[in-house]
Design a protein around this ligand. Sequence first.
Ligand SMILES: Nc1ncnc2c1ncn2[C@@H]1O[C@H](COP(=O)(O)OP(=O)(O)O)[C@@H](O)[C@H]1O
Ligand SMILES: [Mg+2]
Length: 341
Amino acid sequence: MKICFIMYPWEGIKAKQDSTIRLVHECARRGHDVAITTPQNLTIRDSITLSDCRTIITHQKISKSITKFYQSVKFENGMRELKGFDVIFMRDNPPLDPFVLNFLDSVKDEAFIVNAVNGLREANNKIYTAAYYDPEKEIIPITHVSKNIDYLLRIIQQSDQDKMIMKPLDGYGGRGVIVIEKSAKDNIRSLLEFYINKSKGESNYVILQEYVEGAENGDVRVLMLNGKPIGALRRKPAKGDIRSNISAGGSVEQYKLTKKDRVLCDTIGKKLVKDGIYFAGLDIISGKLIEINVLSPGTIVDINKLNNVKLQVDIIDFLEKVVAENEIKKGNFISKDIYEN
Ligand SMILES: Nc1ncnc2c1ncn2[C@@H]1O[C@H](COP(=O)(O)OP(=O)(O)O)[C@@H](O)[C@H]1O
Ligand SMILES: [Mg+2]
């Protein structure tokens, strides 16, 4: 299989903790044609979409150790056409540059893109989860997305809870997530103005959300592959913080999905697959879905360690299967062993 990772720069990777390098390594280990590139390198030349790629040279020894692989793997550099790849795996950090989606639009019928362009377009901010239709409020916490300051103030005043969560619509890594205490009412208008009003008449939407009880004990991250959970862990906030994100100082521990979590994964999983979101990370607190991370969910390394598994194997198995099925559809030769699992 020919696979291209559009990702954050290779030079900055911390091999011990990085999820993407495990995916790259797994592909290289299996002898696939593996290229890596960054959004920075995407180019159109004479109506053809290309990227300046670093392609892993085939017929070199691929070290078993990820750190050694990172230090010693040899690449050859050069422009490659994106439509020549079977799979394009988006592993860039948020926030998503919407122009990247336009580049990918031009090859979406030729390559299998994880996640699909329309899925990324729809789900790359928190409106996707907030707008999920859940009239009985079984899965989604009570959530308001707005930039109407008077409306948001009214919601806070009318709430029976003494605290609520506020966060930027397109935030990540826990940035800007705060608790609003009703008792701090003299500060709230100023805070809302600060979050919403930008300079020169521009403004941001914010999320105001029910504080989900149990968040003090952390949240649960579930990795979803093709609509099914493949691994999970609990993240606990650092002392004196409400945010469980690892980048905000949270720590990890083992977690077994409850029945309620499984029902949630099943329900959301169907929507994810329908929307072309084959690989995603769900953030769950007390059985409620807080966020769906579709761009470049991490935690593969932590789940691997906690559960003694190798999730990258499942992920690359899935991609190989999709590519094999696509080959069948195109009428190309396919080796027999693929039918057998
Ligand atoms: N409604 C909520 N109730 C309690 N804690 C929350 C709530 N929303 C977010 N948090 C805490 O803040 C963290 C970050 O919020 P999240 O919505 O996942 O945004 P980000 O994209 O920054 O990760 C969560 O993992 C959780 O620990
Ligand atoms: Mg999150």
